[in-house]
Design a protein around this ligand. Structure first.
Ligand SMILES: *[C@@H]1O[C@H](CO)[C@@H](O)[C@H](O)[C@H]1NC(C)=O
Ligand SMILES: *[C@@H]1O[C@H](CO)[C@@H](O)[C@H](O)[C@H]1NC(C)=O
Length: 298
């Protein structure tokens, strides 16, 4: 009996040491998507599993069913979603030694919120794909520079986006960022203005974000879903207008280091990458070369 137990013990040590070659990965999907459907996240997860044999990939599902998950991505406030995600991750023994995270679109800023609010277990590398770190000011596929109607649509959305009831029930409004009225944004945005330390500086957010070993942000050059697309790199419209965009490095957020991003950059932790994808595109070759091989094989 003792002998059998000993073999089991040896085997389990063996598998722990030799089969967990890769750091586990947690993925978070975008708005109106689900954790696991094949054409989108399911396909990406299986590509990662094929490329890194034996890797554990957790596709976050907020709710019991995939339908719940889909609906929650549209209507459940990010604060609540992050609380649930934190709980799922903390209960998962396979993630106890830390994990790498990939956020897709809206999942990017949710995953970053998770890093800032849920430091245990440790998120090692955070990868965000076409995220909206400075929010959006525009409707997907509607180019406000070339179509006057699109600018009218923005003004229309400004009328209700920051109402409490709307913030509570429609997730995209929590990262609606009106550059023409900073006060309205600061007092109205119930998620983005908070995690970007714009309302006040929460030192816990800075401290937790510093725990990351790498923060990789990918901007898609052909992206017409994220307006402006520079938001994927923390770029945004200069205050007071909605045409000219400033980069992360030109922003007050960076210069005054409100979120610790300057500190991270100086420590070599920030990686700003781009490809030529459209918002919902995914190409395995690029993803393998620039993301998997560089950041997920540790
Ligand atoms: C700062 O963030 C932490 C982590 O989410 C939270 O527990 C704390 O209440 C926040 N502090 C303030 C002053 O809001
Ligand atoms: C991105 O747009 C350019 C210019 O329109 C086009 O040539 C290229 O094929 C697009 N990229 C992808 C991945 O579709």
């Amino acid at each position: 009996m003792f002998f059998v137990a000993k073999i089991f013990f040896t085997l389990s040590v063996f598998t722990t040491v030799f089969c967990e070659a890769y750091t586990p990965i947690v993925m978070w999907h975008g708005l109106a998507d689900t954790c696991c459907l094949y054409p989108s996240q399911g396909k990406i997860a299986s590509f990662i599993r094929k490329t890194l044999p034996g890797v554990y990939v957790l596709q976050l599902k907020i709710g019991i069913t995939q339908l719940d998950d889909f609906v929650n991505s549209i209507v459940m406030h990010p604060d609540k979603q992050i609380e649930i995600a934190c709980n799922i991750i903390q209960k998962d023994p396979l993630l106890a030694n830390g994990y790498n995270a990939i956020g897709w679109s809206q999942g990017s800023q949710l995953m970053r919120g998770l890093a800032q609010r849920c430091p245990e277990p440790k998120m090692k590398t955070l990868i965000t794909m076409s995220g909206q770190h400075q929010g959006v000011y525009g409707f997907p596929l509607c180019d406000p520079i070339t179509k006057p109607f699109c600018d009218w649509l923005r003004q229309f959305i400004n009328q209700f986006a920051y109402l409490r009831i709307v913030q509570k029930t429609f997730v995209p409004t929590t990262y609606w960022h009106n550059p023409l009225n900073k006060e309205a944004y600061l007092s109205g945005s119930t998620y983005l203005a908070d995690i970007n330390n714009e309302k006040y500086i929460n030192q816990t957010y800075i401290k937790n974000l510093q725990l990351l070993e790498n923060f990789v942000m990918v901007k898609y050059e052909n992206d017409t879903g994220v307006i402006p697309k520079e938001s994927s790199w923390f770029g945004f419209y200069k205050e007071g207008q909605s045409i000219q965009v400033e980069s992360l490095y030109e922003s007050e957020l960076y210069i005054t280091d409100r979120l610790g991003l300057k500190q991270m950059n100086e420590a070599g932790k920030l990686h700003l990458l781009s490809n030529d994808w459209q918002h919902t595109q995914f190409y395995e070759d690029w993803f393998k070369e620039y993301i998997i091989d560089k950041f997920l094989t540790n």
